[in-house]
Design a binder for this molecule. Structure first.
Ligand code: SF4
Length: 200
C-alpha cells in the first residue's frame, strides 16, 4: 500500500488518539475482551467501598470464593461507575495476581492473631479461639462494671442503657456490610462511642 503524506497523518492522529484514551483509562478493545474473559463463570456481588465516606458502589466478580475482578458500579447513584485509585485496587486487600494472572492471597495480609500484652514490646502469635474468648470476656466484664441504666438530664431521670467505657472502631479492611453489623452489635450492647476512619 502506498502511504501518502495525508494517509500518514491520519494514521498518526488515530494512533495518538488511541494512546491518549488508553492513558485516560479508556480500555483498548483487546483489554476489554480480556476483561470479559476474566469474569466468565463468576458470580456478581454488589458492595460499598470501605475506604472513605463517599461510599462508592463496587461490583465484585467472584469465582470459587475468590474475587476475580472489581469495578465501579455504573448503576450506583454516588459514583456512576467511577472509582478512585483506592477503590480500584480494593480487591488487593485480599488478593494479588501472579505473573499468569492467577489470584493468590495477598502475602502482606495478616492471617494470624498477633497479641501484645499490656506493657509488652513484642507480638506473640495466638489462636483465633483464644483471641475471640479474650475479646468477649473483656467486653462483658467492662460492660457489666460500667453499665448505666438511667442518667439525669436536667431535672429528669431518663433511661440510657449504655456503657461509656467501651470505644468501638470500625475498619476499612471490612466491607460496608460488615461495618454495618459491627455498628448494630455495638449499639445492642450499649456502646455509644464508635467511629470509623471512613465515618461509615
Ligand atoms: S476511597 Fe475512592 S472509591 Fe472508595 S468510597 Fe472513597 S472516593 Fe469512592
Amino acid at each position: 500500500m502506498r502511504i501518502t503524506r495525508r494517509s500518514f497523518l491520519k494514521i498518526g492522529a488515530a494512533t495518538a488518539a488511541s494512546a491518549s484514551l488508553s492513558g485516560l483509562g479508556w480500555p483498548h478493545a483487546a483489554d476489554a475482551s480480556q476483561n470479559r474473559l476474566r469474569i466468565r463463570y463468576t458470580k456478581e456481588f454488589h458492595t460499598i467501598c470501605t475506604f472513605c465516606g463517599v461510599g462508592c458502589g463496587i461490583i465484585c466478580h467472584v469465582r470459587d470464593g475468590v474475587i476475580i475482578n472489581t469495578e465501579g458500579d455504573p448503576d450506583h447513584p454516588i459514583n456512576e461507575g467511577t472509582l478512585c485509585s483506592k477503590g480500584s485496587s480494593i480487591s488487593n486487600i485480599s488478593y494479588v495476581f501472579d505473573e499468569a494472572g492467577r489470584p493468590k492471597v495477598n502475602p502482606k495480609r495478616l492471617t494470624k492473631v498477633l497479641y501484645r500484652e499490656p506493657g509488652g514490646d513484642s507480638y506473640q502469635e495466638k489462636e483465633w479461639d483464644w483471641a475471640l474468648d479474650a475479646i468477649a470476656r473483656r467486653i462483658k466484664e467492662t460492660r457489666d462494671a460500667t453499665f448505666e441504666v438511667a442518667a439525669t438530664v436536667g431535672d429528669r431521670e431518663v433511661t440510657v442503657n449504655r456503657t461509656p467505657a467501651i470505644g468501638w472502631l470500625g475498619s476499612a479492611f471490612c466491607t460496608g456490610e460488615e461495618n454495618y453489623l459491627f455498628h448494630k452489635m455495638a449499639r445492642a450492647i450499649g456502646v455509644i462511642r464508635m467511629d470509623h476512619c471512613a465515618r461509615l
